[in-house]
Design a protein around this ligand. Structure first.
Ligand code: BG6
Length: 401
């Protein structure tokens, strides 16, 4: 590398991309240092990219981080969370802070609950070895779902610089509650898919997948209710849901507003709640459900939708995929698309407390059939509070969701 850079007068811009088991992160970082590969000969930098999950639990994450940051400063470490490269996730801050009408109502006075949902049709493919140790809590919640939550719940940053945005996200992750055994019992549902015959084909249950222990109790589904204890969000439940082998592949954020309508409109026939839906995938865009008078002479109120579809404009057809965005950010040195250690640490604290409490109360995952909508208990988690999980089926049938 030295020879090539010197001969071609290239800057020493070196990226080392670690997509390995987390236990090798510090080993490789040390190896890179020992081999001299970190010592750039020309002006430039060595950057270290780290795939998730970062560690196996809070302790290992802290240990690995200490060892890595002995060698690389934080500004040279790029922790990947590919959801941060998704177009609509990047859009959350723009929508919130480049519009006058969101910020004044973005709080406990107007919002009833927020649902962050990411479901998949796919199973674990050939990743049994990794997945059986990770489960849905590490694979999806600790990273992707909590990053979405941080962007939705954060305070306005001082400016749109990476440092200011990260600072506000970290504050949210820092306000996540520690989940004790009673909290977990009441607010967490875990599930695991079982096999199902589909025509001639048999879809394997999780325990039948390759490289998975036949008696594994690893969760492939998680639904969590949590509260963020700060002035803006006190009393507003955030519901997170994710799972493999469910009915649809879908990532959406639902912001449900309160229904403090005019007194004459309250009652059995009261209008539907306003809903803001941020559609992350497969379609990208935003829908807004609000109430309007139905055409005709009767005074009937019905929900209507405004729909913004991100993929529609022709010129956006070739929008980069999430990983392309991240790689471009990496070469530019834009760390806003990557996670900061403090945020990762806070996410670990939350997930660690949840996992430890789940173990204490022996919370075993409830079985759900592959291709279904997940365990029954997840429905009860939200219905017991007179709310429902939003999805295509229960939103007004004219909805473009
Ligand atoms: C990865 C997880 O981070 O995200 C996978 O390890 C999961 O298990 C994937 O399937 C989901 O990503 P996307 O972009 O398809 O929603």
């Amino acid at each position: 590398m030295n020879e090539i850079e010197t001969a071609s007068e290239l800057p020493s811009k070196r990226v080392f991309y670690l997509a390995t088991s987390p236990k090798f992160f510090p080993v490789i970082a040390t190896g890179l240092q020992k081999s001299g590969l970190n010592n750039t000969t020309q002006p430039g930098w060595p950057r270290l990219v780290i795939e998730k999950p970062f560690g196996h639990d809070l302790n290992t994450a802290c240990e690995y981080n200490d060892r890595i940051t002995d060698i690389y400063p934080e500004e040279n470490i790029y922790r990947i969370d590919h959801y941060l490269g998704k177009a609509m996730i990047q859009n959350i801050l723009t929508m919130r802070f480049a519009n006058m009408f969101f910020e004044p109502i973005w709080n406990k006075n107007y919002i009833d609950n927020i649902q962050i949902i990411s479901t998949e049709r796919m199973g674990i493919k050939n990743r049994g070895k990794y997945y059986d140790r990770a489960g849905a809590l590490l694979d999806m919640v600790q990273s992707h779902l909590l990053q979405m939550l941080a962007l939705i719940a954060m305070e306005p940053p001082a400016d749109m610089s990476t440092a200011s945005i990260r600072q506000e996200k970290i504050k949210v992750l820092c306000s996540l509650p520690e989940l004790g055994p009673e909290n977990v019992e009441e607010n967490v549902v875990l599930g695991q898919y079982s096999g199902r015959k589909e025509g001639q084909e048999y879809i394997k249950g999780y325990q039948e997948e390759d490289n998975v222990r036949p008696d594994s109790s690893t969760e492939t589904f998680a639904a969590i209710k949590l509260n963020i204890d700060n002035l803006r969000w006190q009393g507003v439940p955030f519901y997170l849901k994710t799972g493999k082998r469910l009915q649809t592949k879908n990532t959406k954020i639902f912001v449900q507003f309160k229904t403090d309508f005019h007194p004459s409109l309250r009652g059995a026939d009261s209008p539907e709640a306003n809903l803001l839906i941020i559609k992350v995938q497969p379609r990208e865009g935003v829908s807004l459900q609000f109430n309007a008078k139905e055409p005709g002479s009767q005074d009937k109120i019905a929900p209507v939708f405004m729909d913004f579809c991100q993929e529609a404009p022709r010129e956006l057809k070739e929008t980069p995929a999430a990983y392309e965005e991240l790689l471009a950010g990496l070469f530019r040195g834009d760390q806003s698309l990557f996670t900061h250690w403090q945020g990762v640490k806070n996410s670990w604290q939350f997930i660690d407390s949840l996992r430890k409490s789940a173990e204490k109360i022996d919370l075993t995952p409830e079985k759900y059939e592959a291709g279904s909508r997940g365990p029954e208990a997840a429905k009860n988690l939200i219905q017991s509070e007179s709310r429902i999980w939003w999805d295509r089926k229960n939103i007004n049938r004219h909805s473009p969701v």
